[in-house]
Design a binder for this molecule. Structure first.
Ligand SMILES: Nc1ncnc2c1ncn2[C@@H]1O[C@H](COP(=O)(O)OP(=O)(O)OP(=O)(O)O)[C@@H](O)[C@H]1O
Ligand SMILES: [Mg+2]
Length: 319
């Protein structure tokens, strides 16, 4: 069986007793795409990755990876994927090179070949000189780089990266980010999780899904998501007197005396309305919504949004 999609997820759920870690998500990733799963701590990103890579059993839902039904044919799925997990998968009592060779053997790769590929990656990540150091002696960043090399040596078609730059310094972060973009250019499919919007922008990912409380609350290309983010602007202003709520066109975020923080759809219209009130304005500034604002806004109505098919609305808006 083969399909054009690298990943198909339908109605995926993963519950831990009372916690609905993943609560009915659906998405597809095309071959050759760099797909970002974005969300705050506890949103359900790692759980999704763990289920898609066969490390956790789903409560419900259909998952297809590399054209294979994950639940029916996990062996073929595993052959086609690589994982850089949140928790580094390496043996502390083995060296970097020993770890890489060990894990490559599980994929049926001969030591001579894995050594050669490991050299390429360890040099690229600037840790070749530490190839014989025990993992237990390494810093977090060094371990993360060995972990990345370990996942890439078997040459997987589809790569899952769960916050691969966690614990890395800014130079290494940039290095790894550029490297991931390079992997996409080689035609590989990448699923990348992060809570940093900036990362997603810098890597110019093909598609983003924003998760909150186990649900996908927004999904689309970066262009679509950004357009959605920019749709509303946040105005922060101080006036001599408290503005009457019914005179303000917009969603009031904070109002304390003369201080007002409001989200407005049309800044021109908002300014014209304020001018009509003939009041003294002490300060005025507009802010772009931060990722946090967007999360808060989206999360507040996440149940409604999903029910109303917010993802579709987002796509339609851009067309
Ligand atoms: N093994 C588990 N047992 C019980 N609850 C779990 C387990 N794993 C995850 N959870 C819960 O599921 C929810 C989602 O966790 P998950 O690790 O998937 O989030 P995340 O988006 O990866 O967050 P982070 O950005 O912090 O890594 C959290 O509420 C978490 O406490
Ligand atoms: Mg996580």
């Amino acid at each position: 069986m083969n399909t054009k999609k690298a990943i198909v997820v339908k109605g995926l759920k993963k519950y831990f007793k009372k916690v609905k870690a993943v609560d009915g998500i659906s998405f597809e990733v095309k071959y050759g795409e760099l797909f970002a799963l974005l969300g705050q701590n506890g949103a359900g990103k790692s759980t999704t990755i763990r289920v898609l890579t066969n490390l956790a059993v789903p409560t419900d839902g259909y998952i297809e990876v590399a054209g294979y039904d994950l639940l029916k044919d996990p062996t073929n799925v595993r052959r086609n994927i690589g994982l850089v997990a949140e928790k580094v998968i390496l043996y502390n009592d083995l060296t970097a090179m020993e770890n890489i060779k060990f894990f490559s053997r599980l994929y049926g790769i001969k030591d001579s070949i894995s050594e050669e590929r490991a050299k390429e990656f360890l040099k690229l990540f600037d840790i070749w000189t530490f190839k014989d150091m025990l993992i237990s002696k390494m810093s977090t960043g060094m371990r993360q780089k060995v972990n990345l090399a370990r996942a890439l040596v078997p040459d997987p078609k589809i790569i899952f990266l769960d916050e691969p730059t966690l614990g890395l310094d800014p130079v290494s972060t940039k290095h790894i980010r550029d490297f991931i973009v390079g992997l996409r250019e080689e035609g590989r499919t990448i699923v990348y999780t992060t809570h940093v919007l900036h990362d997603v922008e810098l890597m110019n990912v093909d598609e983003v899904a924003i998760m909150s409380e186990g649900k996908i609350i927004s999904k689309g290309t970066l262009k679509e998501i950004k357009k959605h983010f920019k749709k509303a602007e946040i105005v922060e202003m101080e006036t001599d007197e408290t503005l009457a709520k019914d005179k303000i066109k917009g969603k009031i975020l904070i109002q304390e005396g003369g201080y007002l923080k409001v989200e407005v759809e049309d800044i021109g219209e908002f300014l014209r309305d304020v001018a009509k009130l003939n009041i003294q304005i002490r300060s005025f500034k507009t802010l772009e919504p931060s990722l946090e604002d967007v999360y808060v806004e989206l999360s507040e109505g996440s149940d409604n949004n999903v029910e109303k098919g917010m993802r579709n609305t987002l796509n339609e808006e851009v067309k």
